[in-house]
Every structure is written in structure tokens, then in C-alpha cells.
Ligand binder design. Sequence first.
Ligand SMILES: [Zn+2]
Ligand SMILES: [Zn+2]
Length: 439
Amino acid sequence: MMFGKKRGMVRIKIVIGTRSAVLCPLHNLGLMIIDEEHDQSYKQHEGFRFSARDVSIKRAQVENIPIILGTATPSLQTLKLVKDKKYKQINMLKRANGSEPPGFIVLDINDSKLESGIAKESLDAIEMTLSQNKQVLIFINRRGFSPLYECNSCRWVAECKSCDARLVFHHGLDRLICHRCESAFGVPKTCPECSSSNLSLQGSGTERIELFLEKYFKSKIMRIDSDTINNISKLNSFLEKAKNGDIDILIGTQMLVKGHDFPNLTLVGIIDIDSGLYSLDFRGIEKIAQMIIQVAGRSGRHSTQGKVIIQTRKPNHPIMTKLLKFNNLNFALKNLKQKKELHHPPYTAVSLLRTSSPDSGDGMFVEFSQSIESDISAIGPIPSIITKSRGNFRHHLIIQTTSKTLLNKFAQDIISSVSSWKETKKVKWYFDIDPIDYS
Ligand SMILES: [Zn+2]
Ligand SMILES: [Zn+2]
């Protein structure tokens, strides 16, 4: 914020903020800038549900002021509006500091022996980078030590009692934790199903990689995830250390990649991309492409050209062959073309009617189906990807229309008549407009 005094009043010139800043009552607003417009955290999923990006666009329209949506990886919604000539595209042809974009290496790990999830070739590249006194970033979007604790005799898997979720082993706490409800459980030494003591931890998270690399390289390592960083001042002090070159290897989740600038960083390792490649989520590919470009963008931002290693068992997946060969924009345009052919958003409007109920919540959907009009297509109800959460069952109905106006009108009609439905009393429900996923 900048302050200037006039007639005893504090005049604020610039407001910088997260989601709620868009609701700030400013009287003389002249420009809005949404940085990283593609970022899904602009959408608030709890309490007052809204997309701060979309509300900003609406506000700029109502106040008749310009709005700039900044991004290196535009959302398909924004890209479509550029194509439709509703938005004007302004290109930044060079990286902010004029450095070369990073080079990608797709590392096929089908025949590799991994150590804590890391291939020998990646370890060699890390070693080489460290010997040049440069920094390394290892990206894995999974916190904890290991995401799967299972019995090798009967294939029992540790799961949360209240959620449809596998428990993640956390080494520091020596507990199995549910990442949905944060419940903690003791680690059984024998299988609760068959009493076998042949139990093992499968897969790696940030904590396992940290412990392994610490032992392997004896370097200064920092882990940045929501377990190590729980407030902004801690994040800032960690980032400061990393920028000063006090850290050799950074290991982190999504938290680490958002727009931070590490001058000495030249190697990025993306360790586990495969789990997201075949997600059921209709925005899955868009999200992974954005994530790769954003993570890669941390590398070689100053002088030296950066390198990005992507470990994968699917080296022929279009993400590996097309995204990296062409560039993100061309890849996104191809993806957009496909959405048009499939009548998917952003070429149609979609909303989910989400329910959570101690039983299946079927009654509400029966009442709902009687309100469906001919120009509305409804698919479901289907169980959400995470069906059970905190003891309740979650379902959703996909509602699709040709335009947003039609969808909004339909949703409003439902909202006004739903209070008279008997079956909704036990059901918690809401409309998820422009859903990000089906979880
Ligand atoms: Zn067992
Ligand atoms: Zn749980």
C-alpha cells in the first residue's frame, strides 16, 4: 500500500492482496491486475464460494476500467476469449531478465532402479549441478514420507476411517495421517487383516526425498511444504535463505513454485508426474501442462540456461511429446480445439450440484430430476472421486448448458424452489459453478 495525506484522510493508492482484496470498497479504482490468472487458488471452495479472478473481471466491467490478466500459462477460458477477440493479447517475448528458457529432458524410467523415487541419471545431474555451486529444485506434489502403507501378504492398505482416502506415513511424527481430515493414526506393526508382519511403505513424498538426499549428498537441503511452513513469515525467511544461496537443494510442493525467483537455481527435477497424467479430471491435462511450465520457470532465470528433468514411465504421452516440443501456447491451443469438438468448457457452461449426506442423498436428486428442462443436460448423480469425507457420502450431478446465462437462470430457479423439497433436510448441498475438478 502507498499512503498520501490529503485533508487529514489517508489515501491508499495501491492495494495488493489475495482473493478477498477484490471485494475491497475502493471509490476511485482505475486498474486491476490479476497476476498468474490461471492459478486455481483464485477460487474459494469454502464459506463464501467465489472465483476472485472472475469477480475481478466482472468488477472491471461494471466500473468500466481496464484489467490485466498476467500469466505464462493462460487458462483455456482466457485463451478462448482472446481467440474470440473479447480480450486483447499482449506478448512478453522475452523472460523478465532476458535469460533463455530452460531445456527439457524427458527421462524414461521404465528400466531404471529408483532410490526413494529418484533415478540414477537424476542423481548424476544433481551432483554435477552442485559441483558447479548451483542450486537444485526437486518438485513433488505430495507431502509426507510415503503415500501408501500396505500388507505384502494380503494387500491390505491403511485407509482413513472417516474418509475415502489412503493414509500417508509421516516419518517425523511416526504417524499415519489422513490428508483430507488430518486425523492421525498409530502405525500397526502387523496387518490388521491377516496378522502378517510383512508390511511396507510404497512411493515417496517430500519428506522421504529430503531424508534420502540429505544422506546421499550431505548438502544443505530445505523442504518447503505445508508441514514445514505454516505461516507466511516462516515462508519468507526460508525463501530468503534459498535466494541468498544458503541452500543447495530445495524440495517442495506447489507452494515452492508460485512465482518465486531463485537466482542461483539451474536444475529442476520433476519426480512424479505420472500419477496426474491419467486423472479423471476434465481439466487434468491443462493443469499438468501449466504446472510443468510453472515449475520449469524457476530454473535458469539469471544468466545460465536452466535444465529441467522430467522423470516418467510414459515418455510418449502427448504432454511429453507435444508440450515440450512446441510450446505451452500451441499446446494449449490444441487442447482448446479438442474442448470445442467435445463440447466441453469453456465452449459450454458446467456446474456441479454437489451433495454431502450421511446416506446417499438420493432423495434430493429424485426431486431435482423433476425440475430438469429440455435445454439442460444432467449427468448423474455419481459418487465424487473422494466419495467419503468426514463420515459423509459425497455425490455430484453434472449440469451442462450451452451458455452461462442459461445455467445461471436454471440454478436460480432451483435455489428458489429447493426449500420446499422434503428430501433435502439431511443433505448439505451447493452449486459448484465452473468446477475445477470432480474430487
Ligand atoms: Zn495382510
Ligand atoms: Zn480422513
